[in-house]
Ligand binder design. Structure first.
Ligand SMILES: Nc1ncnc2c1ncn2[C@@H]1O[C@H](COP(=O)(O)OP(=O)(O)OP(=O)(O)O)[C@@H](O)[C@H]1O
Ligand SMILES: O=C(O)C1=C[C@@H](O)[C@@H](O)[C@H](O)C1
Ligand SMILES: [Mg+2]
Length: 214
């Protein structure tokens, strides 16, 4: 399957009927896409928020921001070190501050940490300034992706798969509050999943406008 957005020829006007000027017009000419709202990727550890987010941003020609990476850079420490040294509550406060700050950027792709969407304050800020998209991967797929790495402090338990299963069960109803959802499948490559996410976003031209293919 060809990758889209393809180079721009003509743009759909979209229900938003927006006038696109300046930088957004430049991006439309380069990528055939105009993103109108910041897309905030939410979901479990290993659902691909960072991997898909980076690829999606490159495809749309917008900035990619990752709240975990921003927190690590500001603290000059890894997430695991911050959890161990300052505790989870401290991490969650920094996470809320960073998300509130990053949401003020122009429309971009913002990947969050797996726990960020659980907090009402973050959900409210995201709804106000962007749109949340849940990368919905099932437990077997998540486990397959996270089991080789020990960088996730919440999984440093005697039974990490059982822990992941419990977290998944607790959180799924909260992730389901996201305005948008894209289902992940084990056979999808990162590019395939990015295509699915772009389809989800482009279903609402108030979020993403794509160039017509003709
Ligand atoms: N189709 C795919 N979609 C997403 N990730 C994939 C896919 N195929 C392989 N991967 C790999 O699975 C891993 C997904 O982890 P990633 O760090 O992106 O998840 P995350 O949601 O950001 O997790 P965390 O909440 O811990 O930050 C990456 O190593 C990525 O390269
Ligand atoms: O799911 C979670 O609660 C977390 C996921 C990671 O992205 C990090 O934000 C941290 O390891 C916590
Ligand atoms: Mg991540």
């Amino acid at each position: 399957m060809g990758k889209f957005p393809a180079p721009a020829k003509r743009c759909r006007s979209g229900k938003a009927g927006s006038v696109v000027t300046g930088k957004a017009q430049d991006r439309r000419e380069k990528t055939g896409a105009v993103l109108h709202r910041t897309v905030v990727l939410v979901g479990m550890m290993g659902s691909g928020k960072s991997a898909i987010g980076r690829n999606l941003a490159a495809r749309l020609g917008v900035a990619f921001l990752d709240s975990d990476a921003e927190i690590e850079a500001a603290a000059n420490a890894s997430i695991a070190e911050i959890f161990a040294r300052d505790g989870e509550a401290f991490f969650r406060d920094r996470e809320a501050e960073v998300i509130a700050r990053l949401l003020k950027s122009e429309p971009c792709i913002l990947s969050t940490g797996g726990g960020a969407f659980l907090a009402e304050r973050n959900r409210r800020a995201i709804a106000q300034h962007g749109v949340a998209l849940w990368l919905d991967a099932d437990l077997d797929l998540l486990w397959d992706r996270v089991r080789h790495k020990d960088t996730r402090p919440l999984l440093r338990t005697p039974d990490p798969r059982g822990t992941l299963a419990r977290i998944f069960e607790d959180r799924a109803p909260i992730y389901a509050k996201a305005g948008l959802r894209t289902k992940a499948e084990p056979e999808y490559s990162i590019d395939d999943m990015t295509d699915r996410v772009i389809e989800t976003l482009a279903a609402d031209p108030r979020i993403l406008e794509l160039a017509d293919d003709d």
